[in-house]
Design a protein. Structure first.
Length: 342
């Protein structure tokens, strides 16, 4: 792991909670295209869901390995490997594969209905794993936000209907992603945001490569330019670059508050589904979308007291600063959280 223990000789700026929200939203904006593009790739049997779920991880892992090598990043150590495996199981394998199979059986709007529970699940994972303790107003706002997000998606045309196999797959994807987000957010404070997702992709690469090759041999893709373009976005953006911003936002934290930015994702997902897949948008989009975004704003602002800049364990109350210079062993592309004495 690259040594980031000193800020000597580097330009640093104080990190605020608002910067965590900014990076979190940038990640969510990237992720909001995931469901429509996944539906586009697996629609009409153009690509196998296994190819879409595992193949995009192979693409992202290749880019990650190249970036890690070019920046000469040191290897993680000790328990960090097991924690990276948890991240990989949740967000590299679990969420992509489960959603890919689910979206062969349902449409993008219905997928957005179930995935609307992801912010609440991430908040619970953050409380259990990172021991964050949001106030009661946070839970009220996030619960209302989840209900508003689901209601918006239902009114927009997704429909809950009866619980079926697609719903079970999507609920499994939500749980997998929530665990991966919480563990990844903690690891990003040690390894850096882009390093965390890149190492997780490298860890999962052998399994994902075997799945991809086996799927291509058994079920050769029948995709055109549109489907391949969607696949490329899923591999490079949804599976890789989007996590640079998302894990950086979670690392700055607080994770429970930053995770609620995801309440805006169903709104954006349904908008993109309408533009890309021809699904209808009604005037309820404006009203429902505004309600969801308002709940998200209330959730991220609900704190017992003005939140100070987060400090790393063992820093003795020192300020957390944003290092924007080149650390020893390679350039910190995503802007790593650093500690400097006052």
């Amino acid at each position: 792991m690259t040594d980031h223990s000193s800020a000597t000789g580097r330009t640093a700026f104080p990190i605020s909670v608002s910067s965590g929200l900014f990076w979190g939203f940038l990640g969510v904006l990237t992720f909001s295209f995931t469901v429509p593009f996944t539906r586009m790739a697996v629609g009409d049997g153009a690509m196998s869901p296994t190819l879409v779920g595992a193949g995009r991880a192979v693409v992202a892992a290749a880019a990650s390995g190249l970036l890690l090598a070019c920046t000469r990043q040191s290897l993680p150590h000790g328990a960090q490997w097991w924690r990276l495996a948890v991240v990989a199981a949740g967000v590299v394998a679990g969420f992509p594969l489960l959603t890919s199979f689910a979206l062969t059986r349902t449409d993008a709007s219905h997928g957005a209905v179930v995935i609307a529970f992801l912010p609440a699940a991430t908040a619970v994972a953050a409380v259990l794993r990172a021991r964050e303790r949001p106030p009661r107003t946070f839970w009220i706002a996030s619960t209302v936000g989840a209900v508003a997000a689901v209601g918006f998606a239902v009114l927009q045309g997704g429909g809950l209907g009866q619980i079926g196999s697609a719903d079970l797959l999507l609920f499994g994807a939500v749980v997998a992603a929530a665990v991966g987000y919480a563990e990844g957010g903690l690891l990003a404070r040690e390894l850096g945001a882009w390093q965390t997702v890149s190492w997780a992709l490298v860890v999962s690469a052998p399994v994902m490569l075997v799945l991809t090759i086996g799927t291509v041999v058994r079920h050769p893709p029948q995709a055109g330019a549109t489907e391949w373009a969607a696949f490329a976005y899923l591999g490079l953006m949804s599976m890789w670059l989007g996590f640079f911003a998302w894990y950086r936002g979670l690392a700055i934290g607080p994770m429970a508050q930053v995770s609620q930015v995801q309440l805006t994702q169903p709104v954006m997902t349904i908008a993109w589904a309408a533009l890309l897949l021809g699904e209808e948008i009604t005037p309820l989009t404006v009203v429902g979308g505004g309600a969801v975004i308002l709940c998200a704003a209330l959730a991220v602002r609900s704190r017992r007291a003005p939140a100070p800049a987060p400090s790393c364990p063992g820093s003795g109350g020192r300020d957390v600063l944003l290092d924007v210079s080149e650390p020893a062993g390679g350039s910190d592309i995503a802007g790593h959280a650093q500690v400097a004495s006052r």
